[in-house]
Design a protein. Sequence first.
Length: 328
Amino acid sequence: MKTPLLFTPLLKVRVWGGERLKSRAPGAPAEPIGESWELADHESDTTVVRGGSFDGKKLHEIFMENKEDLCGKAVDPASPDVFPLMLKLIDPKQDLSVQVHPDDEYAGKQKAGELGKTEAWYVLESEAGAKLYRGFKPGVTKEAFAKALEDGSVADLLNGFEVKPGDVLNMPAGTVHALGAGVRIAEIQQNSDTTYRVFDWNRVGLDGKPRELHIEHALAVTDFEDAGDNLCKAEALAHESCLRECFIRSEKFNFDRLGKFSSASIELDTKKESFHILTVAEGEIEVVTDEGSVKCGKWDSALVPAAAGKYTIRPSDDASVLLFYKGK
C-alpha cells in the first residue's frame, strides 16, 4: 500500500464555533461548527477516504487491514488498534473553555484503552487583537487555582498573549490552555478526545444549560510548573529544494514546516518508518507516490503511507506545508 489518501472531514458542532469550516464537508448543519476532524480514527468517529482506489473506506478499516504498510513503526504501543494521531482544524467565534488534558497513564485509568492528549497548534489565521491562553502566570499554585475555580477568577491566573499566522505552540498533557475567539488553527494531537473543562466563561451550551465542568480530574492532572516558551522556535533543517523547519521532536509526534520552494518538485522520504501527514497552510500541492497522486488545496491534508518510501510533492510558488510524523 503506497497510495496517498484524502479524507472527507467530520464536522463538529460546538457552542463556540463559527461558519468558516462548514465548506469542509457536504451537508453541514445549521449550528455553529467549531472543529473539522480532517483525519481521525477515534471510536465511531473515523474519517472516510475521498477518491482513489480506497474511496469510501474508513481510516480505521485501512489501518486494521494495512497496519504495517500504513504506519511502519509508528503504531502507538499504548493503543495499538487505532491510528495514533488525529488532525483537526478549529474555528472559534467565541473563546473556548479553559481546559486541560491528561497523560496516557491517567487517561487509561479512567477509560481502558484511552490515550492521553498531547497536542500542538499551528496558527492559520488570527484576527486583530485575538489571543490565546497557555499555562499560568508566574507563581500560581494548585491552591490558588482551586480557589479561583471557586470564585470565578480563573482568567486572572492565565498566561494570555496575542499570536499571528505561522506561530506554533506545543501543548503537552497537563498544560492548562484555552483558544481565543478569532484564532484559527490546525491541531495535531494524540488519538484522544479526553478533555477536562475547568472554566467556561460562565457560558451556557446550545441547550441553554451550563456545560459540565471536570474540576476534580483537572486538578489531578494539571502541571503547575513553568510551561516554558509560549511559542516553539524553528530549527532549520538541510534540504536542497526548500526551507524545512523543525518545530517539535517528541515521542508523541514530530512537526516540521516546508516552504520557500526553489524547485517545481521536491522529494521526501518516509523511510518506511512512519506515515506522513501533509497539511497545506498556504497555496496548494500535488503529492505523488509510486501508486498514485492527490492534489491538496489550502487547509487540505493528505496521508502518505509509510510503505511509500520516497515520494514527491509539487508545490505552488506560495505553498507552505506542515508535515507531521512519528519516530526519527
